[in-house]
Design a protein around this ligand. Structure first.
Ligand code: COA
Length: 324
């Protein structure tokens, strides 16, 4: 059978790094409040010339190099974002152009913070058809541009950045117990909760970009329940259990959600990759960014079993089980 094997990771952050203290100079908040409620200490904010497309391309270049490939080896680009450079064309095609990849398939996926999980399942399915050989899967966002900087309950929570992975189609006869690659993915959506986390604009409604709105408390409650459930479902699908997991790479929304979710699953916190303190919530970029950090610093090694999970607006949520 064909499996999608992860052969490289990469990430990119805007140059400007903003501390809670710096934010508190213009927003009615404090370092103590933000750290206690969220665990966030820093976020990166895109400056002039830095966009979802440029950050995505930088992350993609790093992932392609880590895989030992060149850009023209890529025949599929799936880019997850809720903050595209333009309403159309897809930001994936901008990345394609910046990387000077000739003919390939390139499109965006919109599932907000779980967009990267959706993109992994789509790319995995396309690779397993045998039509595509090497996919770039990117999560890239510039949420700073859709934040209401007057709303302290949301603007302190988010940051900008991008992460990318290369998935390559490999023939494999191995069982999930020892095979490398994407072993299982599980996605969900429940559109009834649209009004708990959304942007109050769009091309077809207001003709404007809009700003992010969130009922934080309700989102928190759903997140812990949904994320622990979907991680369990994805492990079941792979025929594995939490005891087999080396690392969980969660969506980096809030340190308290990470802790509560790990506890609910009986997972030790020292098996959970945490970058929310450094990057805040970068939406679709957060999982591949954290995956890249923990791969490059040597925590995640070849052969490790890694579970990725995320939840976001919609609601949408999902998990993926990958052996590195
Ligand atoms: N600085 C200081 N005070 C703030 C603040 C800030 N940045 N933001 C809100 N507050 C205040 C509120 O005004 C409120 O004050 P009041 O009691 O005088 O009215 C108080 O803090 C509590 O607000 P509340 O919204 O109830 O806080 P909370 O304990 O629910 O924490 C979140 C807020 C956003 C941190 C929390 O709900 C959360 O993490 N939710 C999940 C959000 C998330 O991760 N979303 C993304 C999923 S993809």
């Amino acid at each position: 059978m064909i499996r999608s094997v992860l052969t490289g990771t990469g990430s990119a952050l805007p140059v400007r790094r903003v501390s809670n203290a710096e934010l508190a100079e213009t927003v009615d908040t404090s370092d103590a409040w933000i750290v206690e409620r969220t665990g966030i200490r820093f976020r990166h904010i895109a400056g002039p010339g830095e966009t979802t497309g440029t950050l995505g391309a930088d992350a993609a270049r790093a992932a392609i190099a880590a895989a030992g490939l060149v850009p023209t080896d890529i025949d599929l680009i799936v880019l997850a974002t809720a903050t595209p450079d333009q309403t159309f064309p897809a930001t994936a095609t901008k990345v394609q152009a910046l990387l000077e990849i000739g003919d390939c398939v390139a499109f965006d996926v919109a599932a907000v913070c779980s967009g990267f999980l959706y993109a992994v399942q789509v790319a995995d399915a396309m690779l397993r058809t045998g039509i595509h050989k090497r996919a770039l899967v990117i999560g890239a966002e510039t949420f700073s541009r859709i934040l209401d900087w007057e709303d302290r309950a949301t603007c302190v929570l988010f940051g900008d950045g991008a992460g990318a992975i290369v998935l390559e189609a490999h023939d494999s006869d191995d069982t999930p117990a020892d095979a490398r690659g994407v072993l299982a993915t599980r996605l969900h959506a429940d559109g009834r909760h649209n009004d708990l986390l959304y942007v109050d604009g769009g091309p077809s409604t207001t003709g404007t970009v809009g700003k992010l709105r969130m009922k934080g408390r309700e989102v928190f409650r759903h997140a812990v329940t949904n994320l622990s459930a979907v991680m369990g479902e994805s492990l079941d699908l792979a025929g594995l259990t939490t005891a087999d997991v080396d690392w969980v790479v969660p969506h980096q929304a809030n340190a308290r959600i990470l802790d509560a979710t790990a506890r609910k699953l009986g997972l030790s916190p020292d098996r959970v990759v945490v970058t929310v303190d450094q990057h805040a919530n970068t939406s679709a970029a957060s999982v591949p960014l954290a995956l890249d950090v923990a791969t490059r610093d040597g925590r995640i090694k070849r052969g490790h079993l890694v579970v990725l999970e995320a939840m976001g607006g919609g609601f949408t949520w999902g998990a993926a089980v990958i052996r590195m």
